[in-house]
Design a protein around this ligand. Structure first.
Ligand code: 5AD
Length: 353
């Protein structure tokens, strides 16, 4: 068995492909093998992407949401949460501030809030792009036409996590949407030429190792440019309040295996991971991750974007968030990327063709 696991790791390093069974073997490994897996993922990251860590400034511009995802504190059934919407001017100012701090990408994220219609978002994208920032949108499921308008306005990337690739589990957690709707949205984004980001939650009630393996195979099949993986964190004002938190160790293994499967993808060390333990973000950077998304949302709104409780960095200013992250990256012997951090996929394909 011992030798088998090493064989599976070696195969993944060579071919960047694994079967469902092989992924399950890696996700189950412990001690010595877990260490070998992390070392292999770190080497693959180093070989394909180098030492640079990309920082994306995250602006959480509205916590209104039309959905009722049962794990999320922003779900519309949560009447305890004070809701906010940033004005166009506030969002633009936050982007300006992010640029001044050195960010070259911002992520505009919100609940599914149709107050911001297609034109409002397109307008924002156009103005922010003029600052010299790459723009990632993360506003949930919208129509093909809306995605098209935003892409034409200059949006570079779109983040839409698939959350879980198990359609039955997806249905129990998302009473008002379906996995096929999510998949269709991701396919629309792909067709429109976005750099596509997706990802999943680890430790959801009812989730199995098989379904986690399917999450990785789903991300591989979609050949995503970005993928965020974080632990489930129970929120006290949701139906899942009494379920246990997801395992950070399992998240790290998922990141490492995904790095072997998708050597060129941007993989963030997620805020959810930092929330369950201060050191996990650094650990993720050492087993395949190469992106961090520090928060640049104005302080007065930050704690209201409560997708899960005690979110890391919620009390820090944008300056402090960045400072701490830069220190951590430097201590690891890595450096901060200074470019817009587009997917290296195209460049790489040109180089090998
Ligand atoms: N625990 C962990 N992750 C969560 N998200 C939302 N609620 C939770 C939670 N309770 C994640 C989802 C979503 C992203 C913005 O936050 O993956 O896509």
């Amino acid at each position: 068995m011992k030798q088998n696991i090493q064989k599976v790791i070696d195969k993944a390093v060579r071919k960047h492909e694994l079967t469902r069974e092989e992924i399950i073997v890696l996700l189950s490994c412990e001690f010595f093998h877990k260490n070998s897996l992390f070392v292999a993922a770190n080497r693959v990251r180093e070989k394909y992407l180098g030492d640079a860590v990309h920082l994306r400034g995250l602006i959480e511009f509205s916590n209104y949401c039309r959905r009722n995802c049962s794990y999320c504190g922003l779900q519309c059934a949560n009447k305890k949460l004070k809701r906010y919407r940033m004005s166009m001017k506030e969002i633009y100012q936050a982007a300006l501030g992010a640029y001044a701090l050195g960010y070259r990408t911002i992520v505009l994220q919100s609940g599914e809030d149709f107050y911001y219609d297609a034109d409002k978002i397109a307008d924002l994208v156009r103005r922010i792009k003029k600052l010299g920032l790459a723009v990632t949108l993360s506003c949930g499921v919208r129509s093909f036409e809306e995605y098209r308008l935003w892409r034409e306005a200059g949006a570079d990337r779109y983040l839409l996590k698939h959350e879980t690739a198990d359609p039955a589990l997806y249905q129990t957690l998302h009473p008002d949407s379906s996995f096929s709707e999510r998949l269709e949205a991701l396919i629309h984004l792909r067709r429109l030429g976005y750099q596509v980001g997706s990802g999943c939650i680890v430790g959801l009630p009812g989730q199995t190792l098989e379904s986690l393996a399917d999450d990785l195979l789903f991300l591989k099949a979609l050949d995503v440019e970005m993928a965020g993986i974080g632990p489930f964190i129970p929120h006290p004002d949701t139906p899942l309040m009494s379920f246990p938190q997801g395992s950070a160790e399992m998240v790290l293994k998922m990141v490492a295996v995904l790095r072997l499967l998708l050597p060129l993808a941007h993989l963030p060390a997620t805020t959810a991971l930092a929330t369950v333990g201060n050191d996990f973000r650094a650990q993720a950077l050492r087993c395949g991750a190469n992106v961090i998304m520090p928060n640049v949302t104005p302080r007065k709104y930050r704690q209201l974007y409560a997708i899960y409780p005690h979110k890391a960095g919620v009390k820090d200013t944008p300056v402090k968030s960045r400072q701490q992250i830069v220190e951590m990256i430097t201590a690891l012997g890595r450096k901060i990327a200074t470019d817009q951090g587009h997917s290296p996929k195209e460049k790489f394909c040109q180089a090998v063709s």
